[in-house]
Design a protein around this ligand. Structure first.
Ligand code: SAH
Length: 346
């Protein structure tokens, strides 16, 4: 029976160096291969032309590179690009390139499906199949960077972990991916250009603060009233608002980095005065800004976008309290690439 080969990207640089020494080669060979695997994002041992043919054959016999493959690319009329990404085991996730005049943002997935059960999100209807490996997250960024250069003539400028999945429920792999994305041995991007979005896993927000991460944090709040939040995001019963508040205060104390709250304004759910007052109050706990996200209907059920008037009221209330608020219009709706629409439809 053939033994399943190990994914070579699960090895640290040290382990790779040790592997070569144990096989009678120089530790330096490990550095060379590591460079091919990460900064050159090579998907094949054949590419590694500065190591001998015998070494490449030896690697082939011992390891695999579990890289992604962009199976299908769809382009929206507004320039947004959605990649259907096939993983080595046949599962599919999606990632999105969002261009503006001045920058391009990659929206990447962290899990196949999602661990959570937000009632308004299409991804939540998929079962969580598994966590993505660091290399699989890294590859999504590399693919979008290439598309950005090809279609928009500039490199990728920002990354948001707002695709499929809850990044803080795949903590170690997301952190390893970000390490490689920001490392000079990887893509060398600034962590300030990376945002991790969470539905509010308090314990892990504190862990990130303890780990002294340098990227930005966004929280999908959607309501600052416990009962409403529990209703629209049922799993939040395990993550009550007072705990979230405390975790965010801890985050700010340690990182001095402002929090962004995501808030979709829905008619009759969180657009009334009591909801807006609660939001304003919650925003005072730590320095923050608010993104009011346009709702992307996923069916004709319970959730409907609030009126322009209600959204205006929300902005006014926040601004009167010196809280920066912006309305985020949807991008890529026509190809199901907008927030909450990622569900492997095609
Ligand atoms: N699980 C993480 C990462 C996903 S980010 C999190 O919840 O933050 C995706 C963002 O899109 C979240 O803010 C989510 O609440 C929002 N979203 C989900 N469904 C949506 C929909 N139908 N319309 C608009 N935004 C939606």
């Amino acid at each position: 029976m053939e033994i399943e080969k190990k994914d070579i990207r699960s090895l640290t640089k040290e382990q790779l160096r040790d592997f070569f020494v144990a096989n009678g080669d120089k530790a330096f060979r490990g550095n060379q291969v590591y460079e091919w695997l990460w900064s050159k994002a090579s998907h094949s041992f054949e590419d590694m032309t500065n190591v001998s043919k015998e070494t490449r054959a030896m690697l082939e016999n011992n390891f695999v590179i579990n890289h992604i493959k962009v199976d299908q690319m769809q382009r929206s009329e507004d320039g947004t690009v959605k990649n259907a990404v096939r993983l080595h085991d046949g599962l599919i996730v999606e990632s999105v390139l969002i261009p503006t005049e001045t920058r391009t943002t990659a929206c990447v997935s962290s899990q196949v499906g999602c661990s959570l059960d937000c009632n308004f999100c299409a991804t939540a209807r998929l079962k969580r199949m598994r966590n993505l490996e660091p290399g699989e997250i890294y590859d999504q960024v590399v693919a979008i960077d290439r598309e950005s250069r090809l279609y928009y003539n500039h490199p990728l400028s920002n990354i948001v972990f707002m695709g499929m999945g809850e990044p803080l429920m795949n903590y170690n792999n997301v952190m390893k991916a970000i390490d490689m994305i920001t490392s000079d041995e990887g893509l060398g991007m600034s962590p300030k250009r990376i945002t991790v979005s969470t539905s509010g896993v308090s314990k892990m927000i504190k862990k990130m603060a303890d780990d002294e991460v340098k990227f930005k944090l966004a929280v999908s709040l959607h309501s600052a009233i416990e009962e409403t939040r529990n209703h629209i995001m049922p799993f939040t019963k395990n993550f009550p608002l007072p705990e979230l508040r405390e975790a965010l205060q801890y985050w700010y104390k340690k990182t001095k980095s402002k929090v962004t709250y995501e808030y979709v304004v829905w008619k009759g759910i969180n657009d009334d005065k009591a909801s807006i007052d609660a939001l304003v109050k919650f925003c005072k706990y730590v320095p923050c800004k608010v993104n009011l996200i346009e709702y992307n209907p996923i069916d004709d059920g319970e959730f409907q976008q609030a009126s322009d008037q209600a959204i205006d009221n929300c902005i006014k209330a926040l601004e009167q309290n010196d809280i920066v608020a912006k309305v985020r219009r949807s991008r890529g709706k026509d190809i199901d690439a907008a927030c909450g629409q990622l569900a492997n439809k095609s």
